[in-house]
Design a protein around this ligand. Structure first.
Ligand code: IPE
Ligand code: IPE
Ligand code: MG
Length: 254
């Protein structure tokens, strides 16, 4: 079975942590807030951008591991609408690192992964936007795993955008405002057609969503760890999935 096509090999070192440990049923959609790069670098007396470089390596490793163990949908929070307010040099480094992650994506996503890049693409450079759109186009026939990258993404921004789209449809007479409901809002989010998040993992010891997929996480389970993102490992992901498998989800029922 070709797992990492395009000349790649199955990385068994990444697969091993799963052995005999993971539950049979994995969360359908795992969301990961990649936080703690700056503190990781600071602890080493290095600039924050050094932490982002390490974090980008961790991202590649964890995507590959998700594919290996058979996760169907995974979302990574890479850059928020609020992160645009950071110092210009840090933002530039994050843009450059993200471009690099798109360039070599096929090396770590393997065959069969469909990539969605969700967020406000109008704020990024033309060159970066073209890369984003190309990768989405090139992978759109794949369905083994959906990889969502939230970039220039904000949950409130996404909901405001959905509201605007619905208002325009109503104005044009395409829909009746009386018919707007939860489903029509969901259908106008970036994640239309994709499942809600089941498990949110946030490293770095912060206990918040920071505007991450706020609609889609309405009934998610949360897993927090003090590990900083550059140190996050397949074992940490296993621990989160195992903890999730012991949760009792009720969705408001009894
Ligand atoms: C996550 O790490 C990366 C982004 C938010 C882009 P941070 O840069 O937030 O690292 P800390 O939280 O300051 O340690
Ligand atoms: C959330 O981290 C955004 C990403 C990981 C991309 P932040 O570091 O921006 O979140 P806050 O500021 O601690 O809430
Ligand atoms: Mg942070």
């Amino acid at each position: 079975m070709a797992i990492f096509g395009i000349g790649g090999k199955k990385d068994t070192s990444a697969a091993n942590p799963a052995d005999n440990k993971l539950p049979e049923e994995l969360p359908t959609h795992i969301g990961i807030i990649m936080d703690g790069n700056g503190r990781w670098a600071k602890k080493r007396g290095m600039p924050r951008t050094f932490g982002h470089r390490e974090g980008a390596k961790t991202f590649r490793k964890i995507v590959r591991y998700c594919k290996d163990i058979g996760v169907k949908n995974v979302s990574f929070y890479a850059f928020s609408t609020e992160n645009w307010n950071r110092p210009t040099d840090e933002v530039s480094t994050l843009m450059e690192l993200f471009a690099g992650m798109l360039d070599d994506a096929r090396d770590y996503i393997g065959d069969g992964t469909r990539v969605y890049i969700i967020g406000d693409k109008s704020r990024v450079s033309d060159k970066l936007r073209e890369k984003m759109i190309k990768l989405e186009e090139d992978t759109k026939e794949f369905s083994d795993m959906n990889l969502l990258m939230c970039f220039s993404y904000g949950g409130r921004d996404e909901i405001a955008r959905a509201a605007k789209r619905l208002a325009i449809q109503a104005k044009n007479g395409e829909i009746d405002p009386e018919d707007i409901n939860e489903q029509s809002i969901a259908d106008n989010l970036y994640t239309a057609g994709l499942p809600d998040v089941d498990l949110v993992i946030r490293p770095s010891g912060e206990y918040r969503l920071s505007n991450y997929l706020i609609w889609q996480c309405a009934y998610a389970e949360y897993y927090f760890t003090d590990t900083l993102w550059p140190d996050f490992s397949p074992e940490d992901l296993n621990a989160a999935i195992i903890e999730y498998s012991h949760r009792k989800r009720r969705f408001g029922g009894v």
